[in-house]
Write a protein that binds this ligand. Structure first.
Ligand code: URA
Length: 434
């Protein structure tokens, strides 16, 4: 087999065999195929796409490029949830405890903030003492005892993805549906899951700007799961404004606490409950989605989801008191208001702009190596559809350093669109795939 022939055939839109894909991925992971040939192959995939069979083969060899976690000794269906990345998206910290409190087993492998999107690990690490870098043995022990554990992706899980992603990042091939689908699914499948609920975001703050692309990505990931008998379902949800009011790590933990106590924003509560219900259903704790919704709702109302989150915070070394006493979380030292230039209705809040502004003042990072400031971020005072007077506060930027504050404030101002008429109502949950 010659690499150049495979690149040639993919470039011309031909379907490669599983063996040929394995040759490419294994050869690249071992360092036998050079970056320039893999880059050419990735660009060919970017333009020519991949069949379902090719996608399955690509994902499977990425999974087998490293270790796979075996969680079979822990009783129950292991179900995780993954979001393709949003702004203010703290649903994992709400849906996972609700699902675990309802009886699902949730080994949650999460990522970090990158660019304008947030990351679950960074949010958890805003809790003083919380450890996400735990050993596999500890991960298993916490999961067995509490039915929920949060951890980061290790270098041993799907290492081919790490290597391919780094190459995609510098060759303009990140935004390819088969490459995104195989990247996400390989990491999740290596973590020993039986079932997975995906939240595919669409809109100004998401990877996918158009619903048709979000649907294709969701279908690709569901198809990968189906091929290997994993239960996978995807919700396509709106990311044309931040979810909830808080954007930024400690600020989002505060909103998680309020939501788990039944006092959260309507959109965040609604989506978290639906994700929890899907996890409960795929985790075979309930026979129907209606029953699963009822269980999720009850676990919210009786406070057991909130208690489960506290229990896991303790198990992972964190201080659970932060959920009641926000002064124990990292706190910003200053707040900068952004006011409405005129009266009207909020017709759009560009989630990408809010995410970027929050990242500029330190809540996010441009490269994987950068440190973040857990205290800072943005709190919205309004949501799309709200009526505002001229001079009303639209949001506040919470900061610890003034370096980039004005740049961030400008970005936030640009995010709000104000119109004379109320905008049409937009659905939060747009579609279910799988
Ligand atoms: N997230 C991933 O894990 N991989 C991608 O390719 C894109 C988003």
């Amino acid at each position: 087999m010659r690499t150049v022939d495979l690149i040639h055939r993919k470039r011309d839109g031909e379907e490669l065999s599983g063996e040929e894909i394995t040759y490419l991925v294994e050869g690249y992971t071992r360092g036998e195929i050079p970056d320039y040939q893999m880059a050419a192959f990735l660009m060919a995939v970017f333009f020519a796409g991949m069949s379902e069979r090719e996608l399955g083969a690509l994902t499977e060899c990425m999974v087998s490029s490293g270790e796979t976690l075996d969680l079979s000794e822990i009783p129950g269906v292991k179900v995780d949830k993954h979001s393709t990345g949003g702004v203010g998206d703290k649903t994992s910290l709400i849906a996972a405890p609700l699902a675990a409190a309802a009886g699902a087993v949730v080994p949650m492998i999460s990522g970090r903030a990158l660019g304008h999107t947030g990351g679950t690990l960074d949010k958890l690490e805003a809790i003083p003492g919380f450890r996400t870098g735990i050993s596999t043995a500890e991960f298993r022990a916490i999961l067995a005892q509490h039915q929920l554990c949060f951890a980061g992706q290790t270098d041993e899980l799907a290492p081919a993805d790490g290597k391919l992603y780094a190459l995609r990042d510098v060759t303009a091939t990140v935004e390819s549906i088969p490459l995104i689908a195989s990247s996400i699914m390989s990491k999740k499948l290596a973590a020993g899951l039986d079932a997975l609920v995906l939240d595919v975001k669409v809109g100004s703050g998401a990877f996918m700007k158009r619903q048709v692309d979000a649907r294709r990505l969701a279908q690709a990931m569901v198809a990968i799961g189906r091929r290997i008998n994993k239960r996978v379902q995807a919700l396509i949800t709106d990311m044309n404004q931040p979810l909830g009011f808080a954007v930024g790590n400690a600020l989002e933990v505060m909103e998680v606490s309020q939501t788990l106590q039944g006092a959260g924003p309507a959109d965040l509560t609604r989506l978290s409950l639906e994700l929890a219900a899907r996890m409960i259903h795929l985790g075979k704790v309930s026979d129907s989605i209606e029953e699963a919704r009822d269980r999720a709702q009850r676990r919210l109302l009786d406070g057991s989801g909130y208690r489960k989150f506290k229990e896991v915070i303790v198990a992972q070394g964190g201080n659970p008191l932060v959920l009641d006493r926000f002064d124990l979380l990292p706190n910003a030292t200053g707040a900068r208001e952004v006011a409405s230039p005129r009266a009207g209705f909020i017709s759009a809040i560009d989630a990408g702009d809010i995410g970027r502004a929050s990242a500029i003042i330190g809540a996010g990072r441009e490269t994987k190596e950068e440190a973040i400031d857990p205290a800072v971020g943005v709190i919205l005072e309004v949501k799309v559809g709200d009526k505002v007077e001229a001079g009303a506060v639209l949001c506040r930027l919470y900061y610890t350093k003034e370096d980039h504050l004005e740049e961030a404030a400008q970005q936030v101002e640009d995010a709000f669109k104000i119109s004379t008429h109320p905008p049409e109502e937009r659905e939060l949950i747009l579609e279910v795939v799988g």
